[in-house]
Design a protein. Sequence first.
Length: 322
Amino acid sequence: MKRTLKIFLAKPELAAALLLILLTMLLESTSRGVFLSGGNLASFMGIVPEIGLVAVGVTILMIAGEFDLSVGSVFAFGPMLACVLAARGWPMAAAMPCSLVCCAAFGLVNGYLTIRFHIPSFITTLGMLFVARSLTIVISGGFPPPFPDDAPVWLFAAAIGPVRISMFWFVGICIVLALVLGASNYGNWIRATGGMPEAAQAIGIRIDRVKFACFVLSSVLAGFAGQLQVMRLESPLPSLGDGMELQAVAAAVIGGTALSGGIGTVLGAIMGVILIRAIDNGMVVSGVDANWFKFAIGALTVAAVVANSHLRSMAKRLKVGV
C-alpha cells in the first residue's frame, strides 16, 4: 500500500488525471448532461491537438531545464509562411516542409543565444516572440493571404466520424515522444540535462546538444500545430497563437512538469491540455461567464505548482520497506 501511495505521489500526472475526472463529474452536473454529450466532446477535443502539440514541445524543453515563450508566435509564423509561399506559386507539398524548416531555425537561434551567451531562455525566447510575430505580420502585409487550393486539408483536418485526422497526428507524435522520453537513453539525457546538469556533463552527456535539440523540437511542433489549425480554419490569420505560449506552460505545469527541470512526462502535458480545454468548454456549456476562464487557469496553475511540490516532498519522506 505504501509503495503504491509513493508511486502515486511521485507521479503528479496521475493527480492531474484524478482532477480531470472530478472536474468532468462537476461539469457534467452543472451543464445538465451537455458536457459529455457526443457533439460537445467532439467540439472541444477537436482543438486539443493544436495546443497539445505546442504543450508537449514546451514540456520536453522544460524537462531539459529551459523555457520557450516564442511558440505562440512561431505557431502563427509557420502556416503563414507556407500560405504566402503558396500564393507566390509554390506547391503546398513544398511550402509546408519549407515553413517547418524555418520554424526549426527559430529553435536553433533560441538555443544558440541561450547556450552560447548564457542568457536565460526566458529572455531569449521572449525576444524571439516579438521577432516571430513581427515577421508574421510583415510577410503577410497584415492581411491573411488566400487559402491555397492545393492545401491538403483532407490529410490534416478532415473528419473520420466524430474524430478529426489531426487527432491521429497528435496521438502518433505523442506516442513517439513518450517512448523517446520514457524508454530511451536520450530521454534519460534530457532529464539529466534539466535535473542534474553538472552530473550529466561529468558522465559525458553533451547537454548543449540536448538543449539545442529540445529547442528545435519545440519550435517545429509549434509550427506544425499552427498548420493543423490553419487547415481546420482554412484561413492563415496573423493573430493565430496569441497567448498560446502561456497556456502551453500552464498545461505543462498542471501536468506535473517541474519548473526547475528534470521532471515531467508527455502524458502529464496531455492531461494539462485536456484540463484547460475542459475548463474553457465547461464554462460555456454551464453558463458561466467566459471572462472567468483566465482566472481559473491562473489559479489552477499556481495550485498545481504548490501541490506538485508538496506531493514530491511527501513522496521523499514516505519510507517503503524492501
